[in-house]
Design a protein around this ligand. Structure first.
Ligand code: SF4
Length: 377
């Protein structure tokens, strides 16, 4: 705990806050890409502390939030297929698709919460009469674990296991935000856990192309404030570099073993993101040599519809009212959404950002409305 406590030190946090305030010549706008960082900034009261000096725009880095509704619909259809189980992480079960969530598809379907993709492979090995589909979502951080599950299933010939892959890549989404006309973002905080896998050097071409600083940061208050100070320093001096403020976890070239796993199993593809449309090179799909493990291909021949609803589920309201796309692109603060805190709450969410543990709407609800914010500074 001592080690982490150092990154929560209120004296150091106060010093960094003062340094940031002194350094800005006018209010600066910085996007933190990762939903985990959004939660930490709100939990520790840093968004308020920085008001007037730095506006923090919340980015699309919540993997559950950006999973397209159509993929959730397909997962629900698969869960209701005879002798088929869909397994995924807890957050994913509650996120609504167009016709309901996986949790709702449990009624008449087979849905299982698992803590790792390998657990889903083990389930399949134990129950050969069952088709077990793992709903593989997430950024570069989770892709190595699902790649390992694919290799494990292939090696052990677990032929009743497959993957419904909905992995996304964070950098193409940042490119789309950087290219959007009229945006006011002057620098990015990149997510430390993604860079732990991918390495900070992966951002060098981005910085060169867009002329904005990218600062890799962690998740504790001191990590975040240190990253913001570095970003502000660069902006104020007209520089644009990649800086690593999370050196205790991130290396220049990332985790070679994890990257190798991903490279073996996946290839880059265009991918629809919820609310953001199709992002070129924005996702991963299984390589052709893993086609036997691809649930999209395996069940296409079983006439599983990806467009029609499960009969028991009428279209949900979220498709009409939820403004998740604007929230995820940093164009709308969650508390500016008309449904926030009234028609949309964590107990009755209209959209994914209110469901996920990393969702920006859930963060605003928890730390602004429910009043659980604390200050570390
Ligand atoms: S507050 Fe609810 S309805 Fe509004 S954008 Fe967030 S999730 Fe969607």
């Amino acid at each position: 705990m001592k080690y982490l406590d150092e990154f929560r030190d209120p004296v150091l946090a106060r010093w960094l806050l003062d340094a940031i305030r002194r350094r800005v010549s006018r209010p600066r706008t910085i996007m933190e890409v990762c939903g985990g960082q959004t939660h930490s900034l709100l939990r520790h009261g840093l968004v308020e502390e920085l008001a007037g000096s730095v506006e923090l725009v919340h980015g699309p880095g919540c993997p559950v939030c950006v999973t397209p509704a159509e993929d959730i619909d397909l997962a629900c259809r698969l869960a209701q297929r005879p002798q088929t189980m869909v397994a995924s992480f807890g957050d994913m079960l509650r996120v609504p698709g167009n016709f309901g969530s996986l949790l709702e598809a449990r009624m008449g379907g087979n849905v299982r919460l698992v803590y790792s993709p390998l657990e889903a492979v083990a389930l399949a090995a134990r129950q050969p009469q069952l088709e077990v589909v793992f709903f593989a979502v997430g950024f570069e951080t989770t892709a190595p674990a699902t790649a390992l599950a694919a290799l494990h299933a292939q090696e052990r010939q677990v032929s009743n296991f497959s993957l419904l892959v909905s992995h996304v890549r964070v950098q193409p989404a940042m490119e789309q935000i950087a290219e959007a006309p009229g945006h006011s973002i002057e620098g990015f905080l990149a997510a430390g856990h993604v860079c732990t896998v991918a390495g900070f050097a992966s951002y060098l071409p981005f910085v060169e192309r867009y002329g904005m600083p990218v600062v890799v940061t962690g998740f504790e208050p001191v990590d975040l404030l240190w990253g913001i100070l570095e970003c502000v320093r660069q902006i104020e001096s007209g520089q644009a570099r990649v800086a690593n403020c999370y050196g205790r976890s991130v290396r220049r070239d990332g985790n070679a073993q994890a990257l190798d796993l991903v490279e073996q199993v996946y290839e880059i593809c265009d991918r629809p993101w919820r609310g953001l449309g199709v992002i070129p090179r924005g996702g991963l799909r299984l390589r052709p040599e893993f086609a036997a493990l691809d649930a999209r291909q395996r069940f296409a021949s079983c006439h599983v519809s990806v467009t029609s609803p499960a009969p028991a589920h009428p279209p949900t309201e979220c498709a009409q009212e939820c403004r998740a796309g604007e929230v995820l692109a940093g164009r709308l603060r969650p508390d500016a959404c008309p449904a926030f805190g009234t028609r949309c709450t964590p107990e009755a969410p209209l959209g994914a950002p209110m469901v996920s543990a990393e969702g920006a709407c859930a963060a605003y609800y928890r730390y602004r409305l429910a009043g659980t914010a604390g200050s570390s500074a």
